[in-house]
Design a protein around this ligand. Sequence first.
Ligand code: PMP
Length: 443
Amino acid sequence: ERMMEIRRQNCNPMTMKVTYYKKPVYIHQGHMQWLWDVDGRRYLDLFAGVATVSVGHCHPWKEHKNIWDQLWHTTNIYVYSPLHEYTEKLAATLPDPLKVIYLTNSGSEANDLAMLMARLHTGNFDVITLRGSYHGGSPHTMGLTSNAAYKYPVASGLGCHNTMCPDVFAGPWGGSNCRDSPIQTIRDCSCPQGSCTANDKYIGQLNEVFATSVPSRIAAFFAEPIMGVGGAVQYPKNFLKDTYKLVRERGGVCIADEVQTGFGRTGSHFWGFQGHDVIPDMVTMAKGIANGFPMGAVVTTPEVAASFAKGVHFNTFGGNPVACAIASSVLDEDGTQQISHNVGTYLLTELAKMRDKYEIIGDVRGKGLQIGVEMVKDKASRKPLPPAAMSEIFEDTKDMGVLIGKGGVYGQTFRIKPPMCITRDDADFFLAVFNQALHNYME
Ligand code: PMP
């Protein structure tokens, strides 16, 4: 095991640290919602390679894929059926006029491309994103990403105004600000339904941004339907709808980053934006699109695509036949959205009970199988639980056989986004383990 660690450090010194750094997990193999380490220990995988293995590790349908014997690659300057068969199927999942698809290799590449298309289409340059957001790690998308931990200073000035965005995420919670928003958590809203005024506050801040910080014409607004890396942050009701209106009034296009929320993960809808009563001008996706096989996409309208068609754009691997075949099987998989809804709702309900029991659980939020558990020092101070304490609970949960994720601006939110094949028994197993880990920490 030590050898594996040394070899990894020597030849692949990723800037992203290995998670579980106290005692790394040496993954050997996976099947559906399970992973095994080199010693044969089994883990329930509730993080799915960061919400990527959407329908299960090494899904059995891989054996039925004759694509491996047929065609591994030929680039998209040729016509081959897996590409158009897949894009037709993907387009059918989206409402009109979102029907034109560009295939990429990652979420960052998809957002890069979306930003380019937005600028070409509008003739404007400035882009607005939300505080706490993560939209990628390429030099351009680093500008979209707001979380300082993922930015290199030289790359942050590319006309992307995330530091001046509406203050949706500031405050000691680093995430859940509107405690009373009807959609913030599954808890009952303490103010009467529909009377929450937080949205007016944020829209007011956005108007101030427009008035003081950015030119009157903008290129784009990017937002996830529910924040992922930011810690399952949800917005006040109508926030996206009202923001889209203001952005469009200033000539900008609205882009839904569905890299984490797409493909049924939010349970109630196939696409996260559908839960906000909006239709974006562009939707970007990756991660779960091909169950862990590298792939991404930008879907847009014929109108936006026409502006892009004035130039030439090419990427070698976009629309790789194997990726398309696997992505097609993801769309064919039955019941994933329903599982997200059923098991997700159950988990949210049970975790909310734990929040009431433990002083260090500040908030439980999310939708479907996009869940965040925000940890605090105590409920009164609402200060984030410090990294060392987070790590203790995180490692303990792993030692008892469950892998989860961490996120939030202060790393204070546990994230649960498993393959969408988990069962209620798996949820119970996790709840027992997590309960034990919290109990051990509090001792
Ligand atoms: N957008 C969101 C919402 C993401 O969560 C991520 C990755 N965490 C990306 C974009 C970037 O995707 P990738 O890592 O595939 O480039």
